[in-house]
Write a protein that binds this ligand. Structure first.
Ligand code: J2J
Length: 541
């Protein structure tokens, strides 16, 4: 096992193997087997380009060989920041086959996040598109490369300029190393609640198990057509069952560049999409658009909604308007994923966030002293199981807090369990803002704000928002009266903070309310801003 990673205790590993959860399969094997079975069937399509299982298998081998020739070694970390395009799959499977480890950055990340990922993971390479959504990734890469000496290669899809072109790395296949299914396959990123995002090591065994069970629950098969509108590097569209679960089942992945109905609806009609996944704010947009646009969406069987709390009121409209089954998904990149089942009664689908996908998932709902709450009461959700990590990468001190001594992950979510074992998310104890599914660690943004010379203190909290569920509000104690919100926002942008983390609102105050033990009382701050918005009659910006 890679150093810096926490393995499952031997007795758990043996148990998960004995029970058949961990089947000894690697991602490289998985693609090879699918290529043998499904050959010329289309694996992924995007715009005018499509790729069959056989072709993807062949190109993954060629690219793995090209990466090897370039000097990328097994266990090397490779930060990949790719939008929804076919090369994402070629790159991932090539790295899986080589035993090099992708770190899944999101396309919205900027200098602050990317330079940290490259530095912290001591990445050997960083893989980018030339540009995407009007953003020039090569100039970002130039900045990152100058700042991170361990970063040896920048590989570009498209015009490479001074960097390496991906195109040139498809070479004659060489013999590739043997990969073990218990090895780490890649790193996901945590939404985080403390200073900087944590890296989540996932093994071939545990992730492929989660794909297998997810695909079963969502009833995927080789006729399934999954439309990916969310950025596929994120755990939810990647694996619940997402694009990888679809490939696991031999289905077809259709990639969209944006979740806009103008792009997604024609794709659903043309490709006869059977399943797709959204975050709650997008459902509003889709429901509105469905009544005004004339597309045939009748192929759609399942609409998944997850990543943030979905209101029962909107949930109730999904079936009548879109004509498909709603599935609520409550998951986390650390592991545990809950689904409502496709044949659950309407009331369960609308009112709960599902139940754990695996019978081997262990759940505890506890109070502040880690004692289990009475059935039906709200408490923090703790979990462990065959696809939930036992520790973040190189984060010993944080792990001691984020996991119990017997290996349960503290989700930071407040939930209650219904008598039939379904979970309802009621809130959270972690210091995070969930901005329509995008997670913001308050402390991370506070640290950026504190770097401004005119900021004496900063506290970032969520404020209610009708559309996104939550937005972020930064309370600032300034050193100088002249400090303005616009200046702080552009300061954050200049520091290269991803734009979803820039506070939606900034409030200047003279002091913060404090708790009895003298900490900033964020609950009181949330209340102050919520009341202010309410009295101004504002429910969204
Ligand atoms: C309320 N809160 C939710 C939901 C996630 C599938 C689906 C989502 C994610 C994900 C994922 C929620 N209702 N339905 O990885 O595989 C909040 C919780 C949770 C955190 C995890 C997947 N679904 N959440 O969102 O790692 O607070 O994963 O702990 O980004 O999102 O965030 P993330």
């Amino acid at each position: 096992m890679l150093s810096g990673c926490t393995t499952w205790p031997e007795e758990f590993a043996d148990f998960y193997r004995k029970e058949g959860c961990w089947a000894g399969e690697t991602f490289g094997d998985m693609l090879r087997e699918r290529a043998l079975k499904y050959g010329d069937r289309i694996a992924v399509t995007s715009g005018k380009r499509q790729i069959s299982y056989k072709e993807l298998d062949r190109r993954a081998d060629q690219l793995a060989s090209g990466f090897h020739r370039l000097g990328i070694q097994p266990k090397d970390r490779v930060v990949i920041q790719l939008p929804n395009q076919i090369e994402f799959f070629e790159v991932c499977f090539a790295l899986f086959r080589l035993g090099a480890l992708p770190v899944f950055a999101l396309p919205s990340h900027r200098y602050s996040e990317i330079s940290y990922f490259c530095e912290f993971s001591e990445a050997a390479a960083y893989i980018i598109p030339e540009q995407h959504a009007g953003f020039d990734f090569r100039s970002l890469a130039k900045q990152v490369k100058d700042a991170v000496p361990t970063l040896k290669h920048v590989i570009v899809i498209g015009e490479a300029g001074e960097f390496e072109s991906l195109e040139n790395l498809f070479v004659d296949p060489i013999k590739l190393p043997t990969i073990h299914s218990s090895d780490v396959a890649f790193f996901q990123l945590s939404g985080g609640s403390t200073g900087l995002p944590k890296m989540i090591p996932r093994t071939h065994d545990d992730y492929i198990y989660s794909l297998r069970v997810s695909a079963e629950i969502c009833q995927l098969n080789q006729d399934s057509i999954y439309l990916a509108v969310l950025p596929i590097a994120h755990n939810y569209p990647l694996s619940s069952p997402g694009v990888l679960g679809t490939l696991y089942a031999g289905g077809k992945v259709v990639l969209a560049d944006s979740p806009s109905p103008d792009e997604a609806f024609p794709l659903i009609q043309q490709e006869k999409v059977t399943i797709t996944a959204l975050v709650p704010p997008l459902v509003w947009i889709w429901l509105d658009a469905a009544s005004s646009r004339n597309y045939d969406l009748s192929s759609l069987q399942v609409l998944q909604v997850g990543g943030a709390k979905f209101s029962a009121e909107v949930a109730r409209r999904v079936k009548p308007v879109l004509g498909c089954t709603l599935q609520q998904v409550y998951g986390m990149a650390e592991g545990l994923v809950n689904y409502t089942r496709l044949d659950d009664p309407e009331e369960v689908i609308v009112n709960t966030q599902g139940k754990p996908m695996s019978k081997y998932d262990e759940i505890r709902i506890v109070d502040e002293e880690d004692n289990e709450v009475e059935p039906g009461q709200v408490g923090e959700l703790l979990t462990r199981g065959p696809y939930t990590i036992r520790g973040y990468y190189k984060a010993e001190a944080h792990n001691a807090k984020a996991f119990t001594s017997d290996g349960f992950y503290r989700t930071g979510d407040l939930v209650r369990m219904t008598p039939s074992g379904y979970l309802v998310v009621e809130g959270r104890v972690k210091d995070q803002i969930n901005r329509g599914g995008e997670k913001i660690a308050a402390e991370e943004v506070e640290n950026h704000l504190l770097a401004h010379p005119s900021v004496r203190d900063a506290a970032v909290v969520s404020m209610p928002d009708e559309f996104l569920g939550e937005r972020s509000c930064a309370f600032i104690i300034p050193r100088h009266r002249s400090l303005e919100a616009a200046e702080l926002k552009s300061f954050l942008r200049e520091r290269g903070v991803a734009s979803f983390k820039i506070p939606d609102r900034i409030e200047f105050v003279d002091s913060f309310p404090k708790t009895a033990v003298g900490k900033i009382n964020k609950r009181a701050l949330r209340q102050i801003i919520a009341e202010k918005l309410q009295s101004a009659g504002k429910t969204t910006v």
